[in-house]
Ligand binder design. Structure first.
Ligand SMILES: NC(=O)c1ccc[n+]([C@@H]2O[C@H](COP(=O)([O-])OP(=O)(O)OC[C@H]3O[C@@H](n4cnc5c(N)ncnc54)[C@H](OP(=O)(O)O)[C@@H]3O)[C@@H](O)[C@H]2O)c1
Length: 295
């Protein structure tokens, strides 16, 4: 079952990350079969040489590896179990890679229907995906991991097998917990700066160049400085999802994590305020009564 470059790979979901992954595979000379719920997002990949599948079952036909990279658990369920879903006509005989960030329990459930499943937490954005620069954290059985390891190594500059199925998601959720808290902290400091009469641009520049900034803060400070949150690198609604999942993991483990709870609440509220399809840095617009005015 070792992956060979002659065998096509299915990529399900042509959002920011799925399109990046599919583009990378095509660049490496690998045949790719792509599917997306909204057909218009397939066109650029089809022009680049991918087979445009009509539905998920069509996408996985004849493949030994399928990568699912849709938004959330609901979308994953639709892709697997919906009409013309991957499992509509029985099981999938290849390795199913869940690269969507979902609850660890959801990927464990899939293993009941698909013999070879891996969950892959992706660290990086669409550009990293396009350039094979992701860091990939994998959960699942050793045999399935070894089968797709060469493929994963074309997609990531670091590939780490963490252990049991669900581990990749657990790692990804705690990484995004950090990111969500950091970006919200940056947004809060910026709001405070404005409220105190300090120059926001100067404050953002100072934070980005300080020892307090993480690389993600320095990166997101550019979004906050420009006030441009369209064409998201990472949609705010997806950050809200991940913060909620991380909070649930904490609660299930009997932990009380106040920052996780606060960040999840803020991002859920921001999504309810209509900011869900903007970049996650738009959380700043949910912080004050002056929402959406001058940030
Ligand atoms: N962006 C990042 O930096 C990043 C990094 C690591 C991990 N992730 C994770 O990777 C996954 C994809 O993220 P993304 O940034 O690529 O998201 P995105 O750009 O928002 O794309 C979401 C994808 O999910 C599809 N989708 C949503 N609901 C669906 C449903 N009910 N049925 C079928 N398809 C559905 C969308 O299809 P339509 O085009 O039809 O809407 C689209 O293909 C998420 O789980 C995210 O948390 C993202």
């Amino acid at each position: 079952m070792k992956h060979s470059t002659n065998s096509p790979v299915a990529v399900l979901g042509m959002g920011a990350m799925g399109a990046g992954l599919a583009g990378r595979l095509l660049d490496q000379g690998i045949q790719v079969r792509v599917w997306n719920r909204s057909a218009d997002r397939i066109a650029p990949l089809a022009e680049a040489g991918a087979y445009p599948a009509a539905h998920p079952a069509d996408a996985v036909a004849g493949t030994s590896v399928a990568i699912c990279v849709v938004a959330d658990g609901e979308a994953l369920g639709a892709v697997l179990h919906g009409p013309d879903g991957v499992l509509a006509k029985g099981g999938y005989p290849g390795v199913l890679i869940c690269a969507s960030t979902v609850a660890p329990e959801e990927v464990v459930q899939i293993a009941g229907d698909v013999p070879s499943v891996l969950d892959v937490g992706m660290l990086g954005n669409r550009d990293h995906a396009r350039d094979g620069e992701l860091r990939l954290f994998v959960g699942g059985e050793e045999r399935a991991f070894q089968t797709v390891r060469p493929l994963l190594e074309t997609l990531g500059k670091e590939v780490v097998h963490l252990g049991a199925l669900g581990s990749g998601m657990r790692m990804k959720l705690l990484l995004n917990l950090l990111m969500g808290i950091e970006v919200q902290a940056l947004a809060e400091a910026t709001e405070l700066a404005g409220a105190c009469g300090l120059d926001r641009q100067l404050v953002l520049k100072t934070i980005a160049g300080s020892g307090f900034a993480s690389p993600v803060m320095a990166f997101k400070s550019r979004r906050l400085a420009s006030g441009r949150f369209e064409e998201p690198d990472f949609r705010l609604r997806l950050m809200a999802k991940d913060l909620m999942l991380a909070s649930k993991q904490a609660a299930a483990a009997g932990l009380s994590l106040p920052l996780a709870t606060a960040a999840a609440d803020t991002h859920v509220r921001a999504t309810e305020q209509g900011l869900g399809d903007q970049d996650c840095a738009a959380v700043v617009r949910a912080l004050t009564a002056r929402s959406g005015t001058d940030t």
